[in-house]
Ligand binder design. Structure first.
Ligand code: NAD
Ligand code: TYD
Length: 332
Protein backbone atom coordinates (compact mmCIF):
# COMPACT_ATOMS: atom_id res chain seq x y z
CA UNK A 1 0.00 0.00 0.00
CA UNK A 2 1.03 3.63 -0.49
CA UNK A 3 -0.30 4.86 2.83
CA UNK A 4 -1.08 8.38 4.03
CA UNK A 5 -1.05 8.46 7.83
CA UNK A 6 -2.67 11.69 9.00
CA UNK A 7 -1.79 12.75 12.55
CA UNK A 8 1.26 10.48 12.38
CA UNK A 9 3.41 12.86 14.44
CA UNK A 10 1.18 12.35 17.48
CA UNK A 11 1.21 9.61 20.08
CA UNK A 12 -0.64 6.65 18.51
CA UNK A 13 -0.03 7.69 14.90
CA UNK A 14 3.74 7.65 15.38
CA UNK A 15 3.64 4.15 16.90
CA UNK A 16 1.44 3.00 14.01
CA UNK A 17 3.89 4.55 11.52
CA UNK A 18 6.74 2.59 13.11
CA UNK A 19 4.70 -0.62 13.02
CA UNK A 20 3.81 -0.22 9.33
CA UNK A 21 7.42 0.51 8.33
CA UNK A 22 8.58 -2.52 10.34
CA UNK A 23 5.91 -5.02 9.25
CA UNK A 24 5.26 -3.86 5.68
CA UNK A 25 8.75 -2.91 4.50
CA UNK A 26 7.80 -2.61 0.82
CA UNK A 27 5.04 -0.06 1.48
CA UNK A 28 5.41 3.70 1.26
CA UNK A 29 4.37 5.57 4.41
CA UNK A 30 3.65 9.29 4.16
CA UNK A 31 2.90 11.07 7.44
CA UNK A 32 0.66 14.12 6.92
CA UNK A 33 0.49 16.26 10.06
CA UNK A 34 -0.29 19.86 10.97
CA UNK A 35 2.13 19.72 13.92
CA UNK A 36 -0.23 21.23 16.46
CA UNK A 37 0.96 21.39 20.09
CA UNK A 38 0.45 17.58 20.13
CA UNK A 39 2.44 16.82 16.99
CA UNK A 40 6.11 16.26 17.63
CA UNK A 41 8.74 15.53 14.95
CA UNK A 42 10.81 13.78 17.65
CA UNK A 43 8.13 11.06 17.67
CA UNK A 44 9.18 10.16 14.11
CA UNK A 45 12.91 9.74 14.81
CA UNK A 46 12.74 5.98 14.16
CA UNK A 47 10.56 6.38 11.03
CA UNK A 48 13.02 8.90 9.55
CA UNK A 49 15.62 6.15 9.29
CA UNK A 50 13.48 4.28 6.73
CA UNK A 51 13.87 4.91 3.00
CA UNK A 52 10.12 4.33 2.58
CA UNK A 53 9.08 7.17 4.87
CA UNK A 54 8.05 10.71 3.85
CA UNK A 55 6.70 13.65 5.85
CA UNK A 56 4.29 16.39 4.74
CA UNK A 57 3.36 19.25 7.05
CA UNK A 58 -0.30 19.92 6.33
CA UNK A 59 -3.79 20.39 7.74
CA UNK A 60 -6.53 17.84 6.94
CA UNK A 61 -8.96 20.79 6.77
CA UNK A 62 -6.95 22.17 3.82
CA UNK A 63 -8.48 20.41 0.83
CA UNK A 64 -5.80 21.53 -1.65
CA UNK A 65 -2.95 20.34 0.60
CA UNK A 66 -4.60 16.94 1.07
CA UNK A 67 -5.12 16.49 -2.68
CA UNK A 68 -1.56 17.60 -3.39
CA UNK A 69 -0.13 14.95 -1.07
CA UNK A 70 -2.45 12.24 -2.41
CA UNK A 71 -1.41 13.00 -6.00
CA UNK A 72 2.29 13.53 -5.33
CA UNK A 73 2.69 10.18 -3.59
CA UNK A 74 0.01 8.26 -5.56
CA UNK A 75 -1.65 7.36 -2.27
CA UNK A 76 -4.00 4.35 -2.28
CA UNK A 77 -4.74 4.06 1.44
CA UNK A 78 -5.43 6.58 4.24
CA UNK A 79 -5.42 6.04 8.00
CA UNK A 80 -6.83 9.08 9.80
CA UNK A 81 -5.39 9.68 13.27
CA UNK A 82 -5.44 13.48 12.89
CA UNK A 83 -7.65 14.98 15.56
CA UNK A 84 -7.88 17.26 18.52
CA UNK A 85 -7.87 14.65 21.26
CA UNK A 86 -7.99 16.00 24.80
CA UNK A 87 -11.39 16.13 26.55
CA UNK A 88 -10.36 18.93 28.95
CA UNK A 89 -9.27 21.12 26.05
CA UNK A 90 -12.54 20.39 24.25
CA UNK A 91 -14.42 21.70 27.29
CA UNK A 92 -12.39 24.92 27.24
CA UNK A 93 -12.26 25.45 23.45
CA UNK A 94 -14.55 23.16 21.42
CA UNK A 95 -14.27 24.84 18.02
CA UNK A 96 -11.05 23.24 16.79
CA UNK A 97 -12.49 19.84 17.67
CA UNK A 98 -15.49 20.25 15.37
CA UNK A 99 -13.24 21.64 12.65
CA UNK A 100 -10.57 18.94 12.59
CA UNK A 101 -12.51 15.91 13.83
CA UNK A 102 -15.63 16.45 11.68
CA UNK A 103 -14.77 18.76 8.76
CA UNK A 104 -11.23 17.39 8.40
CA UNK A 105 -12.59 13.85 8.20
CA UNK A 106 -15.08 14.91 5.56
CA UNK A 107 -12.33 16.53 3.47
CA UNK A 108 -10.31 13.31 3.60
CA UNK A 109 -13.39 11.35 2.51
CA UNK A 110 -13.74 13.68 -0.48
CA UNK A 111 -10.13 12.87 -1.39
CA UNK A 112 -10.93 9.15 -1.17
CA UNK A 113 -13.93 9.69 -3.44
CA UNK A 114 -12.11 11.78 -6.03
CA UNK A 115 -8.91 9.74 -6.19
CA UNK A 116 -10.23 6.18 -6.02
CA UNK A 117 -8.33 5.38 -2.85
CA UNK A 118 -8.73 1.69 -2.01
CA UNK A 119 -8.97 1.90 1.79
CA UNK A 120 -9.77 4.54 4.37
CA UNK A 121 -9.44 3.68 8.05
CA UNK A 122 -10.94 6.15 10.50
CA UNK A 123 -9.39 6.05 13.97
CA UNK A 124 -12.21 6.59 16.42
CA UNK A 125 -12.76 6.13 20.14
CA UNK A 126 -14.89 4.23 22.62
CA UNK A 127 -16.00 7.65 23.89
CA UNK A 128 -18.50 7.93 21.00
CA UNK A 129 -20.72 5.37 22.79
CA UNK A 130 -20.83 7.50 25.95
CA UNK A 131 -20.64 6.13 29.48
CA UNK A 132 -21.71 2.60 30.51
CA UNK A 133 -22.39 1.62 34.15
CA UNK A 134 -21.88 -2.14 33.67
CA UNK A 135 -20.91 -4.46 30.82
CA UNK A 136 -19.35 -3.47 27.51
CA UNK A 137 -20.28 -1.63 24.33
CA UNK A 138 -20.59 -3.51 21.04
CA UNK A 139 -20.17 -1.99 17.58
CA UNK A 140 -23.94 -2.05 16.97
CA UNK A 141 -24.67 0.09 20.04
CA UNK A 142 -25.99 3.60 19.44
CA UNK A 143 -23.72 6.63 19.68
CA UNK A 144 -24.28 8.78 22.76
CA UNK A 145 -21.26 11.07 23.08
CA UNK A 146 -21.21 13.53 25.94
CA UNK A 147 -18.15 15.81 25.61
CA UNK A 148 -17.36 18.22 22.78
CA UNK A 149 -14.44 15.86 21.96
CA UNK A 150 -16.52 12.70 21.75
CA UNK A 151 -19.35 14.50 19.92
CA UNK A 152 -16.83 15.65 17.31
CA UNK A 153 -15.39 12.14 16.96
CA UNK A 154 -18.92 10.76 16.59
CA UNK A 155 -19.53 13.40 13.90
CA UNK A 156 -16.45 12.09 12.07
CA UNK A 157 -17.72 8.50 12.32
CA UNK A 158 -21.12 9.51 10.95
CA UNK A 159 -19.47 11.21 7.98
CA UNK A 160 -17.55 8.01 7.27
CA UNK A 161 -20.70 5.88 7.47
CA UNK A 162 -22.65 8.31 5.29
CA UNK A 163 -19.94 8.21 2.61
CA UNK A 164 -20.10 4.42 2.73
CA UNK A 165 -23.88 4.39 2.37
CA UNK A 166 -24.10 7.12 -0.25
CA UNK A 167 -21.00 6.60 -2.40
CA UNK A 168 -19.97 3.06 -1.45
CA UNK A 169 -16.50 4.19 -0.34
CA UNK A 170 -14.07 1.52 0.94
CA UNK A 171 -14.06 2.64 4.57
CA UNK A 172 -13.38 1.06 7.96
CA UNK A 173 -13.78 2.44 11.48
CA UNK A 174 -11.76 1.34 14.52
CA UNK A 175 -12.93 2.47 17.96
CA UNK A 176 -10.12 2.18 20.48
CA UNK A 177 -10.23 2.42 24.25
CA UNK A 178 -7.87 4.60 26.36
CA UNK A 179 -4.30 4.15 25.12
CA UNK A 180 -1.15 4.59 27.15
CA UNK A 181 2.54 4.16 26.44
CA UNK A 182 5.70 6.07 25.50
CA UNK A 183 5.32 9.43 23.69
CA UNK A 184 1.81 10.25 24.94
CA UNK A 185 1.47 13.99 25.46
CA UNK A 186 1.76 14.79 29.18
CA UNK A 187 -1.75 16.20 29.46
CA UNK A 188 -3.44 12.77 29.56
CA UNK A 189 -3.84 10.92 32.87
CA UNK A 190 -0.94 8.43 32.83
CA UNK A 191 1.84 10.63 31.38
CA UNK A 192 0.66 13.66 33.38
CA UNK A 193 0.68 11.78 36.67
CA UNK A 194 3.95 9.95 35.94
CA UNK A 195 5.78 13.17 35.00
CA UNK A 196 4.25 15.18 37.87
CA UNK A 197 5.26 12.46 40.33
CA UNK A 198 8.78 12.46 38.88
CA UNK A 199 8.91 16.22 39.54
CA UNK A 200 7.35 15.80 43.02
CA UNK A 201 4.35 17.84 41.88
CA UNK A 202 0.70 17.26 42.83
CA UNK A 203 -1.39 14.70 40.93
CA UNK A 204 -4.75 16.40 40.28
CA UNK A 205 -7.29 13.57 40.67
CA UNK A 206 -10.74 14.61 39.48
CA UNK A 207 -13.82 14.11 41.65
CA UNK A 208 -13.92 10.89 43.69
CA UNK A 209 -11.26 9.24 41.50
CA UNK A 210 -13.59 6.33 40.76
CA UNK A 211 -14.12 7.01 37.04
CA UNK A 212 -13.14 3.94 35.09
CA UNK A 213 -11.46 3.50 31.72
CA UNK A 214 -10.66 0.40 29.64
CA UNK A 215 -6.88 0.75 29.17
CA UNK A 216 -4.89 -0.61 26.23
CA UNK A 217 -1.15 -0.47 25.68
CA UNK A 218 -0.39 1.48 22.50
CA UNK A 219 1.46 -1.43 20.81
CA UNK A 220 -1.59 -3.66 21.27
CA UNK A 221 -3.85 -0.96 19.87
CA UNK A 222 -1.59 -0.53 16.82
CA UNK A 223 -1.51 -4.27 16.07
CA UNK A 224 -5.32 -4.22 16.30
CA UNK A 225 -5.53 -1.26 13.92
CA UNK A 226 -3.20 -3.03 11.50
CA UNK A 227 -5.41 -6.14 11.60
CA UNK A 228 -8.45 -3.98 10.83
CA UNK A 229 -6.66 -2.24 7.95
CA UNK A 230 -5.42 -5.50 6.44
CA UNK A 231 -8.32 -7.86 7.13
CA UNK A 232 -11.38 -5.82 8.17
CA UNK A 233 -14.55 -6.13 6.14
CA UNK A 234 -15.09 -2.86 4.21
CA UNK A 235 -17.86 -0.79 5.80
CA UNK A 236 -17.14 -2.48 9.14
CA UNK A 237 -16.66 -1.02 12.61
CA UNK A 238 -14.21 -2.71 15.02
CA UNK A 239 -13.74 -2.06 18.74
CA UNK A 240 -10.12 -2.31 19.93
CA UNK A 241 -9.90 -2.49 23.72
CA UNK A 242 -7.47 -3.87 26.25
CA UNK A 243 -10.08 -5.32 28.60
CA UNK A 244 -8.26 -3.63 31.52
CA UNK A 245 -10.92 -1.63 33.32
CA UNK A 246 -9.28 0.36 36.12
CA UNK A 247 -10.43 3.30 38.24
CA UNK A 248 -8.35 6.47 38.15
CA UNK A 249 -7.45 5.82 41.80
CA UNK A 250 -6.02 2.42 40.87
CA UNK A 251 -3.96 3.99 38.08
CA UNK A 252 -2.72 6.75 40.40
CA UNK A 253 -1.61 4.35 43.15
CA UNK A 254 -0.01 2.12 40.51
CA UNK A 255 2.13 4.98 39.17
CA UNK A 256 3.18 6.14 42.65
CA UNK A 257 4.18 2.58 43.60
CA UNK A 258 6.33 2.10 40.48
CA UNK A 259 8.14 5.39 41.15
CA UNK A 260 8.34 4.92 44.93
CA UNK A 261 6.60 8.27 45.50
CA UNK A 262 4.29 9.15 48.44
CA UNK A 263 0.48 9.15 48.29
CA UNK A 264 0.57 12.69 49.73
CA UNK A 265 1.21 13.86 46.14
CA UNK A 266 -2.43 13.06 45.31
CA UNK A 267 -4.52 16.21 45.23
CA UNK A 268 -8.28 15.88 44.92
CA UNK A 269 -9.54 18.61 42.60
CA UNK A 270 -12.94 19.63 41.24
CA UNK A 271 -14.47 17.15 38.83
CA UNK A 272 -14.32 17.56 35.04
CA UNK A 273 -17.57 19.01 33.65
CA UNK A 274 -19.84 16.24 32.32
CA UNK A 275 -17.25 13.61 33.32
CA UNK A 276 -18.11 10.18 31.82
CA UNK A 277 -18.14 7.56 34.57
CA UNK A 278 -17.06 4.40 32.83
CA UNK A 279 -15.97 3.16 29.40
CA UNK A 280 -15.64 -0.53 28.44
CA UNK A 281 -15.58 -2.31 25.08
CA UNK A 282 -16.45 -5.75 23.75
CA UNK A 283 -13.63 -6.78 21.39
CA UNK A 284 -15.13 -10.08 20.17
CA UNK A 285 -15.44 -8.76 16.60
CA UNK A 286 -11.79 -7.60 16.33
CA UNK A 287 -10.66 -10.96 17.71
CA UNK A 288 -12.27 -12.69 14.69
CA UNK A 289 -9.48 -11.02 12.67
CA UNK A 290 -6.92 -13.06 14.63
CA UNK A 291 -5.90 -10.14 16.86
CA UNK A 292 -5.52 -10.11 20.61
CA UNK A 293 -3.60 -7.90 23.04
CA UNK A 294 -0.15 -9.21 24.02
CA UNK A 295 0.76 -7.05 27.03
CA UNK A 296 -0.53 -7.46 30.57
CA UNK A 297 -1.66 -4.21 32.12
CA UNK A 298 0.93 -4.42 34.93
CA UNK A 299 3.85 -4.98 32.51
CA UNK A 300 2.70 -2.20 30.22
CA UNK A 301 2.21 0.33 33.04
CA UNK A 302 5.64 -0.47 34.46
CA UNK A 303 7.26 -0.14 31.02
CA UNK A 304 5.46 3.15 30.34
CA UNK A 305 6.25 4.82 33.65
CA UNK A 306 9.89 3.77 33.34
CA UNK A 307 9.98 5.21 29.83
CA UNK A 308 8.92 8.63 31.22
CA UNK A 309 11.49 8.27 34.01
CA UNK A 310 14.21 7.59 31.41
CA UNK A 311 13.14 10.15 28.76
CA UNK A 312 12.93 13.47 30.59
CA UNK A 313 14.41 15.20 27.52
CA UNK A 314 11.29 14.18 25.56
CA UNK A 315 8.68 15.50 28.00
CA UNK A 316 10.27 18.33 29.97
CA UNK A 317 10.05 20.86 27.09
CA UNK A 318 6.37 19.97 26.66
CA UNK A 319 5.62 20.90 30.25
CA UNK A 320 6.47 24.54 29.67
CA UNK A 321 4.99 27.12 27.32
CA UNK A 322 1.67 26.20 25.82
CA UNK A 323 1.11 23.25 28.09
CA UNK A 324 1.93 25.13 31.26
CA UNK A 325 -0.44 27.95 30.32
CA UNK A 326 -3.25 25.44 30.02
CA UNK A 327 -2.26 23.64 33.19
CA UNK A 328 -2.20 26.86 35.26
CA UNK A 329 -5.57 27.92 33.89
CA UNK A 330 -7.05 24.58 35.00
CA UNK A 331 -5.58 24.14 38.42
CA UNK A 332 -4.78 27.59 39.76
P1 NAD B 1 -2.40 13.16 19.73
O1 NAD B 1 -3.13 14.35 20.27
O2 NAD B 1 -1.18 12.65 20.41
O3 NAD B 1 -1.98 13.45 18.20
C1 NAD B 1 -2.83 14.04 17.27
C2 NAD B 1 -1.99 14.36 16.03
O4 NAD B 1 -2.86 14.92 15.04
C3 NAD B 1 -0.88 15.37 16.29
O5 NAD B 1 0.31 14.96 15.66
C4 NAD B 1 -1.42 16.65 15.64
O6 NAD B 1 -0.39 17.51 15.18
C5 NAD B 1 -2.23 16.08 14.50
N1 NAD B 1 -3.30 17.00 14.04
C6 NAD B 1 -4.21 17.65 14.79
N2 NAD B 1 -5.02 18.38 14.01
C7 NAD B 1 -4.61 18.20 12.73
C8 NAD B 1 -5.05 18.67 11.48
N3 NAD B 1 -6.07 19.54 11.39
N4 NAD B 1 -4.43 18.25 10.36
C9 NAD B 1 -3.36 17.38 10.44
N5 NAD B 1 -2.89 16.91 11.60
C10 NAD B 1 -3.51 17.30 12.74
O7 NAD B 1 -3.51 12.03 19.60
P2 NAD B 1 -3.48 10.46 19.88
O8 NAD B 1 -3.71 10.23 21.31
O9 NAD B 1 -2.31 9.87 19.20
O10 NAD B 1 -4.80 10.03 19.10
C11 NAD B 1 -4.77 9.71 17.71
C12 NAD B 1 -6.16 9.32 17.26
O11 NAD B 1 -6.64 8.24 18.04
C13 NAD B 1 -7.20 10.43 17.42
O12 NAD B 1 -8.05 10.40 16.31
C14 NAD B 1 -7.95 10.06 18.69
O13 NAD B 1 -9.27 10.54 18.66
C15 NAD B 1 -7.90 8.55 18.61
N6 NAD B 1 -7.96 7.86 19.91
C16 NAD B 1 -7.08 8.17 20.90
C17 NAD B 1 -7.14 7.48 22.12
C18 NAD B 1 -6.16 7.75 23.24
O14 NAD B 1 -6.32 7.19 24.32
N7 NAD B 1 -5.15 8.56 23.05
C19 NAD B 1 -8.12 6.49 22.32
C20 NAD B 1 -9.01 6.22 21.27
C21 NAD B 1 -8.92 6.90 20.07
P1 TYD C 1 -7.71 11.37 30.03
O1 TYD C 1 -6.34 10.78 30.04
O2 TYD C 1 -7.87 12.83 29.78
O3 TYD C 1 -8.56 10.51 28.97
P2 TYD C 1 -10.16 10.52 28.68
O4 TYD C 1 -10.80 11.62 29.42
O5 TYD C 1 -10.20 10.72 27.21
O6 TYD C 1 -10.64 9.17 29.12
O7 TYD C 1 -8.40 11.04 31.42
C1 TYD C 1 -8.54 9.73 31.87
C2 TYD C 1 -9.27 9.76 33.19
O8 TYD C 1 -8.46 10.43 34.16
C3 TYD C 1 -10.57 10.54 33.13
O9 TYD C 1 -11.54 9.89 33.97
C4 TYD C 1 -10.22 11.89 33.72
C5 TYD C 1 -9.13 11.57 34.72
N1 TYD C 1 -8.13 12.63 34.93
C6 TYD C 1 -7.86 13.10 36.23
O10 TYD C 1 -8.44 12.64 37.23
N2 TYD C 1 -6.94 14.10 36.37
C7 TYD C 1 -6.28 14.63 35.30
O11 TYD C 1 -5.46 15.57 35.50
C8 TYD C 1 -6.56 14.13 33.98
C9 TYD C 1 -5.86 14.70 32.78
C10 TYD C 1 -7.48 13.12 33.85
Amino acid sequence: MRLLITGGAGFIGSHFTDLRLRNHPRDLVVVFDKLTYAGNPANLAQAKKSANYRFVKGDICDRAAVIRAVKQYRIDGIVNFAAETHVDRSILAPEDFAKTDVLGTQILLEAVRAHKIKKFLQISTDEVYGSIERGTFKEIDPLKPSSPYSASKAGGDLQVLAYRHTYGLPVLIARSSNNFGPRQYPEKLIPLFATNALENKALPLYGDGMNTRDWIYVADNCSGLDAVLEKGLLGGIYNIGGGNTRTNREITYGILKILGKPETLIKKVADRLGHDRRYALSTAKARTLGWKPQWTFAQALQHTVEWYRDHTAWWQPLKSGEYLKYYRQQYK
